[in-house]
Design a protein around this ligand. Structure first.
Ligand code: IMP
Length: 191
């Protein structure tokens, strides 16, 4: 089955291709869809569904979309669905810091460093049928960055299962325990 992946993020596309090996995964650009779908939902699942529906409708092909983010216990689950835009919520002071430095600043003096990544995945067929799944991975936020791999909050996220940060892990090791890996595996099982 050929499926359009509604993401412009090369890391995510690679992770998806790695796990959904039996599918031919086209990027949205390859399928001729380059519109940015606004993430107006208040949950990861709502946003994944928004993106998958828009892409399936525009391309006439089944579309898969994910929405993911980091939820920090001591910050009441923030940045959550705003993970990609976190620093933008804090005006110019936030923009100059960037997401990771802002997270560290907001956690200064906090001893509870527990956090998890969540990923919601939606596969939507052109007739509107939906299959959804979710995955999580748990860890703690370090007080400084470690490692060069991955993207986003990876250098700050120490995975208890891996015994290192996601940015210190190989792509394969990260995929084995990651929120996205788990959500994709759960989706595959449903299929
Ligand atoms: P999305 O592209 O709307 O799903 O935004 C997800 C945001 O959450 C990204 O821009 C990252 O900041 C963060 N994020 C999601 N998954 C990961 C991950 O695997 N590692 C690091 N950061 C992640």
């Amino acid at each position: 089955m050929t499926v359009v992946a509604a993401t412009g993020n090369a890391h995510k596309l690679r992770e998806m291709r790695e796990i959904l090996k039996d599918f031919e995964l086209l990027s949205a650009a390859e399928a001729g869809f380059s519109e940015e779908v606004e993430e107006t939902g208040t949950t990861f699942l709502e946003n994944a569904l928004l993106k998958a529906h828009a892409t399936a409708k525009a391309t006439g092909m089944p579309a898969i979309a994910d929405d993911s983010g980091l939820c920090v216990d001591a910050l009441g689950g923030a940045p959550g669905v705003y993970s990609a835009r976190y620093s933008k919520l804090f005006g110019p002071a936030g923009w100059t810091l960037g997401n990771r430095a802002l997270l560290l600043k907001n956690l200064e003096g906090k001893t509870d460093r527990r956090a998890h990544f969540t990923c919601a995945i939606a596969l939507v067929y052109p007739d509107g049928r939906e299959i959804t799944a979710e995955g999580r991975t748990y860890g703690v936020i370090l007080t400084e960055e470690r490692g060069e791999n991955g993207f986003g909050y990876d250098p700050l996220f120490y995975s208890e299962e891996l015994g290192c940060t996601f940015a210190e892990a190989s792509e394969e090791a990260k995929n084995g325990v990651s929120h996205r890996g788990r959500a994709l595996a759960a989706l595959l099982e449903k299929l």
